[in-house]
Design a protein around this ligand. Structure first.
Ligand code: ATP
Ligand code: MG
Length: 575
């Protein structure tokens, strides 16, 4: 949907926008703003990532800057090209364009290696032979300082030799590592001689089998930021304690060297290192985020895949019928703060309702069909009724809705023994077919088991566009022609979890919090033909039922599937 009528959320001021404005006022980076979005290609993007994407790309766009897409691909065992492609696709779908080519941390592996050699030469890094368990023991705790590795004073020459041989693949996984030489007594554990390189004989999706050693995230990220001239390195709060290491690494390297690799030929003298700033992650109730959790749900088939419409992934949400505009609006309206908070799912649902209310065409679809024969309409008659696609926006046009002798209404719109206040069809009663005639139920036909199988009704032919004479007919029901309508499958999706914090430790297993009704599949629904004839529209309001969208993955030519995006009204508040 391109012409989004729902008002785009206006940019709110937040501490990052303020910081960037201040840096521009101070001419800190020669008036340049350059951000990046650095996903690790180890899963599909989720709504939390969308917050970071919106922030990074809009900060750049608002300031005539640039935003890079850089895959943080330092952990090849868990990464794949499938994830790389899905991430690119999702960012484009969200409506953002990265600056220049897609980048990968692995593009810089040679430079990262050379910088590591520089650290060794400066006696700021050493090759350590402690294994993972020993390293944990030596590290100390929050209350106790760590102990130095027995290899900490290894001569520089020997370190250089061992590091080169690590690269050549002479040692097995985990046998040696390269560690920074910082301070084993530092209160911040990240500074207690952190690992910079690990030996891993693993095939890499970008570099193949070239590397037997891989740099750690902390070591890699800051240098890649510097190489790409990133001015503002925005990340989530869990990296706050890593900031001193970010700064240590960059400050330990020769800034002339960083300048050389970065594209600063135009102004090398005013080179300013990138700066890391942290903001709070998006957390959403009734949801589990985190790729680890999502991956597990996929692998254990709790859901049908990363793009299951109940998943908080962008691929799932797109398939569910969320529009890119609604997700951007949501991310803008949750704001950017430095303290953690949990956003109510109702807010996300409100944003998509608002967008679809303004933009989705209305159509009629009967989910649980009950046949009606209109006895005073001839069998071969097909009347094309013209109906507005949107009650408020005429420019959304009109469509033809075929009316015939046999139509379907929803089973729930007829009651033989009506409860109090029931305004729809009852034996002998009248109801208006939406945008069509008033009909009266003359006869109820049942099968042997007593189930109603058909209603025989008559049409008051004076009521097309007119009120019936001498009486009031309150009920209006949606309907679809039996002969002209198209049979479709409808999937009613709802929240995947029944509790606000499904992954919390108070529950033994998140699986016990799954909503058993998160997917109800209805076969044999009937939709008016116009809903399937529009090539460029896939989001609809099914009148009186909710918002639905055509599933472009499972639908076949012979049978289309519609997914419910969201009900018309919030049925969860107050539960
Ligand atoms: P996950 O735990 O879901 O795997 P991650 O942080 O490990 O998330 P990355 O691919 O490393 O995933 O993240 C890319 C960027 O997205 C990072 O800058 C990260 O801080 C940001 N990000 C991840 N989750 C959220 C979230 N819930 N809210 C905002 N930003 C997020
Ligand atoms: Mg991660």
């Amino acid at each position: 949907m391109t012409d989004s009528k729902a008002a785009a959320a206006a940019p709110h001021s937040n501490f990052i926008r303020n910081l960037v404005a201040q840096d521009l006022a101070d001419n800190k980076h020669q008036g340049k703003i350059h951000t990046r979005f650095p996903p690790e290609p180890n899963g599909y993007l989720h709504i939390g990532h969308a917050k970071s994407i919106c922030l990074n790309f809009s900060i750049a766009a608002e300031n005539n800057g640039h935003c890079n897409l850089r895959f943080d691909d330092t952990n090849p065992a868990k990464e794949s090209v499938e994830f790389v492609e899905s991430i690119k696709n999702d960012i484009k779908w969200l409506g953002f364009e990265w600056s220049g080519e897609v980048r990968f941390s692995s593009l810089y592996f040679d430079q990262l290696y050379n910088f590591a050699v520089e650290l060794i030469e400066k006696d700021k890094a050493f090759v350590c032979s402690l294994n993972a368990e020993q390293m944990r023991e030596y590290r100390g705790s929050l209350t106790e300082p760590g102990r130095s590795s027995p290899d900490r004073d290894r001569p520089i020459k020997e370190n250089l030799d061992l590091f080169a041989r690590m690269r050549e693949g002479e040692f097995g996984d985990g046998e040696l590592s390269l560690r920074a030489k910082i301070d084993m007594a530092a209160p911040n554990i990240n500074l207690r001689d952190p690992v910079l390189y690990r030996i891993r004989h693993v095939h890499h999706h970008q570099t193949g089998d070239k590397w037997k050693i891989y740099p750690t995230y902390d070591y890699t990220h800051c240098i890649c930021d510097a190489i790409e001239n990133i001015t503002h390195s925005l990340c989530t709060l869990e990296f706050e304690d890593h900031r001193p290491l970010y700064n240590w690494t960059l400050n330990s390297l020769d800034s002339a060297g960083l300048k050389r690799v970065s594209d600063l030929a135009d102004s090398p003298d005013t080179y300013v290192l990138p700066e890391q700033t942290e903001f709070a992650k998006l957390k959403l109730n009734y949801t589990m985020m985190g790729k680890r959790n999502l991956k597990e749900m996929v692998e254990t088939e709790v859901v049908s895949g990363w793009n299951d419409p109940r998943m908080p992934t962008l691929a799932g949400m797109r398939r569910r019928g969320f529009t890119a505009a609604s997700i951007r609006n949501f991310c803008e309206s949750v704001g950017v703060a430095r303290s953690d908070s949990v956003v109510d799912m109702g807010m996300l649902e409100h944003t998509i309702r608002e967008d679809l209310d303004a933009n989705a065409s209305r159509v009629m679809c009967v989910l649980k069909p009950l046949k009606i024969t209109l006895t005073n309409i001839s069998a071969d008659e097909v009347v094309q009724l013209s109906m507005a696609n949107h009650p408020k926006y005429e420019e959304k046009g009109r469509r033809n809705v075929p009316f015939t002798r046999e139509v379907y209404i929803d089973r729930s719109d007829f009651e033989e023994v009506p409860p109090n206040g029931f305004k729809r069809l009852i034996p002998g009663g009248e109801v208006r077919l939406r945008g069509c005639y008033v009909i009266r139920c003359d006869e109820v036909i049942k099968d042997d088991s007593g189930e109603v199988t058909e209603l025989r009704c008559s049409v008051d032919k004076n009521t097309l566009g007119n009120k019936p004479e001498g009486r009031k007919v309150k009920g209006v029901v949606h309907w679809v022609s039996a002969s002209e309508g198209v049979e479709v499958t409808v999937r009613l999706y709802d929240r995947l979890f029944t509790v606000e914090n499904p992954g919390s430790k108070e529950y033994e297993d998140y699986r016990s919090n799954l909503n058993p009704n998160s997917l109800v599949t209805l076969e044999n629904c009937v939709i008016e033909p116009a809903a399937l004839s529009s090539a460029d529209e896939s989001n609809f309001q099914f009148e009186r039922e909710g918002y639905f969208c055509l599933d472009d993955i499972d639908s076949s030519a012979s049978k289309k599937i519609f997914n419910r995006t969201i009900t018309l009204r919030d049925s969860w508040s107050g539960k």
